[in-house]
Design a protein around this ligand. Structure first.
Ligand SMILES: Nc1ncnc2c1ncn2[C@@H]1O[C@H](COP(=O)(O)OP(=O)(O)OP(=O)(O)O)[C@@H](O)[C@H]1O
Length: 224
């Protein structure tokens, strides 16, 4: 995997406060960890890579292809980037069953997937993450680990080119966090899937940080 990013973005919060992201990094490693203090701009950086936040100026390239370039006015929409994105709180749809949540990863339009969807790709990931038994349940009836696996299954079902994970283990208790970390590592190796992960956990940094980006105050303060 290679990412090459150099961009700026000003955001204004509801209170009228400005925050400036001024990012510069490149990596050719398969796995990158973003870390740094709270409020430093880590999530905004990941959203920009995903196509969920449009920079003001600069460029973002993935494997040599342009995702965003202000000088040529290119901005590949999020879906066309083909990344699997896991939000900090998993962002499962509360009124959709586990099966529908996973199937949502395949949707092109806004219609909800049918509760009875039999798409083999959905079945495959439900099975891989041991979710088949809870497939007809709603997210609020799941354990933290099951919720996290549902969100990962939804991110993976469309065969993404890379996974972008925003603090994937933060909602889990320590024992489960350890297990899910092992599962993720095995999965990434098995699928040879590139990944960018935000974390506050030194263990994740150690395990997944082939490239480590320290983000402080909207900037990459250190990368190695
Ligand atoms: N959509 C938004 N609109 C305006 N301001 C935002 C938006 N999202 C984040 N911010 C602000 O930008 C700054 C960086 O936020 P961001 O969520 O990227 O931090 P973070 O490093 O991911 O923090 P944490 O580790 O606590 O999740 C913060 O000051 C935040 O209030």
């Amino acid at each position: 995997m290679s990412f090459d990013a150099r961009f700026t973005k000003q955001v204004r919060s509801d209170g009228g406060r400005h925050f400036e992201l001024d990012i510069q990094f490149s990596t050719t490693k398969r796995s990158t960890v973003i870390h740094g203090p709270s409020g430093a701009g880590k999530s905004l950086l990941l959203q920009a890579l995903a196509g969920l936040l449009q920079p003001d100026q600069g460029h973002i390239r993935f494997n040599g292809a342009t995702l965003f370039d202000s000088s040529s006015q290119q901005n590949l929409p999020a879906r066309a980037r083909q990344f699997g994105y896991l939000f900090q709180d998993y962002a499962l749809f509360p009124k959709l069953t586990v099966r529908q949540n996973v199937a949502f990863g395949l949707q092109r339009g806004w219609l909800n997937p049918a509760r009875t969807t039999t798409d083999p790709r959905v079945a495959r990931w439900l099975d891989a993450f041991e979710l088949t038994e809870v497939a007809e349940q709603w997210p609020h009836t799941l354990s933290g680990g099951q919720r996290q696996r549902t969100a990962l299954a939804r991110a993976l079902v469309n065969e993404p080119r890379a996974l972008l994970l925003d603090e994937p283990f933060s909602a889990l208790d320590p024992a489960l966090r350890g297990r899910m970390r092992d599962e993720l590592q095995q999965l990434l190796t098995k699928l040879a899937l590139p990944m960018v992960m935000i974390t506050h956990d030194p263990e994740d940094l150690e395990r997944f940080g082939d490239t480590r980006l320290l983000v402080v105050n909207g900037r990459v303060a250190d990368s190695c």
